[in-house]
Structures are given as structure tokens and as C-alpha cells.
Design a protein around this ligand. Structure first.
Ligand code: ATP
Length: 517
């Protein structure tokens, strides 16, 4: 087999500054998520496991609703997209062919005094970000041109040296740059650095029957390869023609080095990916189309357009025609939420080569065989969860001067859609509440809550993000109506009990939202 050097699928060079201190409120978000049963640190009774989290009763429901909304938009509504659930374990050669074994690396440097480990490129990017901040300030105060010019020149020189070192894979040059710039450990100020080393991000394990002790299996670092190796299985059994797509939701694992941003960067996470297979020459057209479609999908969640922006990759991997990220304004700044890539025929061609099997589509119109090109959209489910959760969490001052904490989750994503609250635990009100609960539970996620004053119960449901509360009071016995309270406006309306199921269906309707896409 000709050993053409394969590059990793993801070019892991980020040109933004990932080391800025996370906003204090990320900590608040994490503790709120724990308090209300959304996200718990993994194995907390043993002091937790770094960058691994468990989703609690409300977290799993929110995650499930996000998945359902994505799946409906991608698979159910599109005749040209098929679903897949490939196994996490794959034949080890998969990861040779994809480039992950040889090149899915981070470049690490340790500080000898503090024993802290950093990504070498991030240390330099941080340095560049500081220069950028100085440049910004100097521009704002219209400072002397020479000072500004000096800063700009220095930044460009540093960026050039870093890019040259990364492109040549020259780890010594990277280390020299760190020492020449006098970059210190951001925590301790020590400059006592080790060499720069390469660290593969895949978790390796073994089949139990393996005779030797060398690692021969990997936990997949992305879901995409499952779609590539099943390309023909799906195409033939679903009788699809180009263009068509394979969509998948599943776990991925990366041994991330710097993983300090709650569920933004985890070691075990979930991806929702589409591989869209197209005729050679048509990839850019579909890339543009998917870019727009995916942004429309995000905007439909109603978090506000100011939270999103595109970032086009100016530096492309050699196999990519075009690539961009949808970035989201997280509490610690704009960061990647979803990647959209026009990936040429790189993956299928490499699998053809390594497996020695054809992965081609026979086009009956042109009477030709092609290796399709691929447009990929890849969004992290946990990052999307954090995006939604961080915007939804709001502290409000009400007209009477009191405050309330409200989790304004998009209605279609809320774990509990309605809470049924009998005003008192007597006079037949609990019975009416239970009967309504019995009617609604088949179509909605509902809960019954009869403890504490009604005001406290409203606050509790606001805090957990429940869009509607239905209060059963003494009048209900006479007029067969209840009070429907809206979480966001706090407005209350009187509605007949028999109208409640259809009202909820109208107001919490994925269908209505999907129709607008
Ligand atoms: P980053 O540059 O932030 O490491 P990436 O470019 O390596 O991300 P991709 O390989 O393109 O990410 O993966 C697609 C999506 O998967 C990302 O946009 C992100 O939402 C999600 N993702 C990637 N790594 C992680 C992680 N460690 N934890 C949570 N989500 C992740």
C-alpha cells in the first residue's frame, strides 16, 4: 500500500485564545445545573473525574429533547437523509485510514516547577491575544503610531513563527518560540519548561482475547467514520442516489489535555453529525446550503441572533475545499459550537485504499462510478446544551422590586412542560389534579407538585424551566377550569380543563417550529 502521508480529519489548530480565564459565572452555571438536577460531576463521591459529567433527571430530558429536535429536522423531514447508529468500537484500521492514529495529536509542554501541562500552541496564542489586546487599547487611545506599529509587527512575527513551526511539525522551534518570548506558566510565573511533546488524543483499549498487550482498539474520537464505512450499506439498502446523507448521534471520546470549561470540553461527549455525499464538483454548492440550513436551525431555538456568528477557516487542511464554524457566545466568549466542512473525497478514498474495497457510487445517468465528495455538519450535543442553558438562566427584578431566577429554556426543549399544582391538599383538589395528570402524561412531560405555598411552587418551576403551571383551585370544582400561568410573562389565564391538552400542544409544538425551518 502506498504510504501517502495522511493528515488528521480535524486540523487541530485554533487561532482564537482558549486560555482566557473562564467567566466566573460558568461556575455559577455549573452549580445551578447541579442544584436543579441537570448536570452532576461524575463519580462525585470519589471527588469526581476531571472533564467527565453525568446528566441528572432534568439534564437527560433536556438532552433528549435537543436530540429529538435535531433528528426530526435532519432525518425525519428529509427524504434524502438516513439515520445510523454505528458502534463505538471500530476496526483499528479505520483510525489509520482516517489519519487519527498518526496525527490526532496535541502538542504539549510541561512546566517542571509546577508540574502543570499546557498546549504549546495555546500558550503562544495567549501571548498573541495579549498583544492584540494592547493593539486594541493603543488604537482606542490613538496612542503614538510607533508603539502601535511595533506591537502589530511583533504580533505578526510571532504568528508567522508559530504557523511555520506547526506546518513543519518542528516541535523544537515551537519550544524555542516559547522561551524566546519569555512565556511563563500563567499560574506560577515559572519559565522552567520541558520539551514539546506530541500526545495522541484517542483512548486506547484492547479486545479481551488479544494475545499481546499492545492497544488494538480505540474509543472513537468522532462519530463520522461510522458513516463513511457504512456508506455503501446505507446507500444500497435505502436505495439512495447522490446527493444523500447519513445522520448520526452518538458518543465520542477524546483525551483532552486542557478541559476546564464545564461541559464545553469533555473527555466523553456526544456529537450530532451529518455526512452528506455529493457528486464531485458539487460540494461547494451543498456546503453553502448546509451552512445556511444549520444556522437557521440554531436560530429557530430563539436564543437570539447576537449569540451566533460564522467563522470561516482561513487555513484549510489540504483535503478540505471549505470549512467554517458556527460560533456561539458562551459565558467565556465566542467559541465553536458546530463545524461545517466540505471534505472532498478524502475519507472514502482512504478507506478504499486501506480496506481494498470499492466505496463508489454508480451513476446510471452518466454511466460512471464516482467516489462521492462529502459535506459534513458536526455539532456537539453537550456544547449545545451549555449554549441553551447559559442563555436561559436569568435573574430578573420584578415590578414589586423582588427578584426571581428563571430558566427560560425554549419551550420545546424544557424537561418538564407543565406542572399541575392543586392549591390545597384537600377539598377534592388533589383528585382533580391527579386526574388531569393522568390525561396529560401520555403526550407531555408533566409533574404534580402540592408542597409549599403556591408562590414558592411557581418560583420552583420557574427555576427548573417549566414553561406552564396549571393551578387547580376551589373554583375548579364549579367551573371545571384552571389557571394557566406562563413562565416567561407570568401572565395567568383561566382555561377549561378540557382545553388544556390542545392548548399545551399548540404552545409547545416542535411541529410548528420545524415548519418554520
Ligand atoms: P475544538 O477546536 O473546540 O477542540 P474541534 O474542532 O476539535 O473542537 P470537531 O472535531 O470539529 O471539534 O468536532 C465537532 C463538534 O464536536 C465541535 O464543534 C464541538 O461542538 C464538539 N466537540 C468537540 N470536542 C469536544 C469536547 N471535547 N467536548 C465537547 N464537545 C466537543
Amino acid at each position: 500500500m502506498g504510504e501517502e502521508k495522511i493528515k488528521p480529519r480535524q486540523l487541530r489548530i485554533s487561532y482564537f485564545c482558549p486560555m482566557t480565564n473562564q467567566a466566573a459565572d460558568l461556575k455559577d452555571i455549573a452549580s445551578y445545573a447541579k442544584k436543579y438536577g441537570y448536570v452532576f460531576p461524575s463519580s462525585e463521591i470519589y471527588d469526581g473525574l476531571s472533564a467527565v459529567y453525568d446528566y441528572g433527571q432534568n439534564g437527560v430530558a433536556l438532552k433528549d429533547n435537543i436530540k429529538r429536535y435535531w433528528w426530526k429536522a435532519m432525518v425525519q423531514l428529509n427524504g434524502d437523509i438516513e439515520g445510523l447508529d454505528a458502534a463505538i468500537f471500530m476496526h483499528p484500521t479505520t483510525w489509520k485510514a482516517s489519519g487519527h492514529v498518526d496525527a490526532f495529536n496535541e502538542l504539549l509542554i510541561d512546566n517542571r516547577d509546577t508540574q502543570r501541562r499546557y498546549r504549546a500552541d495555546w500558550l503562544i496564542e495567549n501571548y498573541i491575544a495579549e498583544l492584540n489586546a494592547k493593539i486594541g487599547k493603543a488604537r482606542d487611545c490613538e496612542r503614538a503610531d510607533t508603539q502601535l506599529k511595533g506591537c502589530i509587527e511583533q504580533r505578526d512575527r510571532v504568528a508567522e513563527r508559530m504557523i511555520a513551526a506547526l506546518e513543519k511539525d518542528d516541535l523544537e522551534a515551537l519550544r524555542r518560540l516559547i522561551t524566546d518570548l519569555g512565556i511563563a506558566d500563567p499560574i506560577s510565573g515559572s519559565k522552567n519548561w520541558t520539551d514539546v511533546r506530541r500526545f495522541n488524543l484517542m483512548f486506547a483499549t484492547q479486545l479481551s482475547a488479544s494475545a499481546d498487550s499492545s492497544p488494538d482498539l480505540y474509543l472513537r474520537p468522532e462519530t463520522a467514520q461510522g458513516a463513511f464505512v457504512n456508506f455503501l450499506n446505507v446507500q444500497k439498502t435505502a436505495r439512495q442516489k447522490l446527493p444523500f446523507g447519513i445522520a448520526q448521534i452518538g458518543k465520542a471520546f477524546r483525551n483532552e489535555i486542557v478541559a476546564r470549561q464545564f461541559i464545553f470540553r469533555m473527555r466523553e461527549f456526544e456529537q450530532m453529525e451529518l455526512q452528506y455525499f455529493v457528486r464531485p464538483g458539487e460540494a461547494l454548492k451543498y456546503y453553502e446550503e448546509w451552512r445556511e440550513k444549520r444556522m437557521r436551525w440554531h436560530l429557530s431555538l430563539g436564543l437570539g441572533p447576537a449569540h451566533y456568528r460564522f467563522r470561516d477557516h482561513d487555513k484549510l487542511a489540504h483535503y478540505a475545499d471549505a470549512a467554517s464554524d458556527i460560533e456561539f457566545r458562551f459565558p467565556f466568549g465566542f467559541k465553536e459550537l458546530e463545524g461545517i466542512h466540505a471534505r472532498t473525497d478524502f475519507d472514502l478514498r482512504n478507506h478504499q485504499k486501506y480496506a481494498n474495497k470499492k466505496l463508489q457510487f454508480f451513476d446510471p445517468v452518466s454511466n460512471q462510478r464516482h467516489v462521492p465528495h462529502v459535506v459534513e455538519t458536526s455539532v456537539g450535543l453537550d456544547r449545545l446544551f451549555l449554549a441553551v442553558f447559559s442563555v436561559a438562566l436569568q435573574e430578573e427584578t420584578l415590578a414589586d422590586g423582588s427578584t426571581r431566577t428563571v430558566l427560560r429554556l425554549p419551550h420545546i426543549l424544557a424537561p418538564i412542560q407543565a406542572a399541575i399544582l392543586p392549591l390545597v391538599k384537600k377539598d377534592g383538589l388533589p383528585e382533580i389534579a391527579r386526574s388531569l395528570f393522568g390525561d396529560l402524561k401520555y403526550d407531555f412531560n408533566v409533574t404534580l407538585d402540592d408542597k409549599d405555598t403556591i408562590g414558592r411552587r411557581y418560583r420552583r418551576q420557574d427555576a427548573v424551566g417549566t414553561p406552564y403551571c396549571i393551578t387547580i383551585d376551589h373554583d375548579t370544582r364549579q367551573d371545571q377550569s384552571a389557571t394557566l400561568r406562563n413562565r416567561d410573562t407570568m401572565e395567568q389565564e383561566r382555561v377549561p380543563l378540557t382545553r388544556i391538552p390542545s392548548l399545551l400542544a399548540e404552545r409547545i409544538s416542535m411541529k410548528a417550529q420545524l415548519r418554520k425551518l
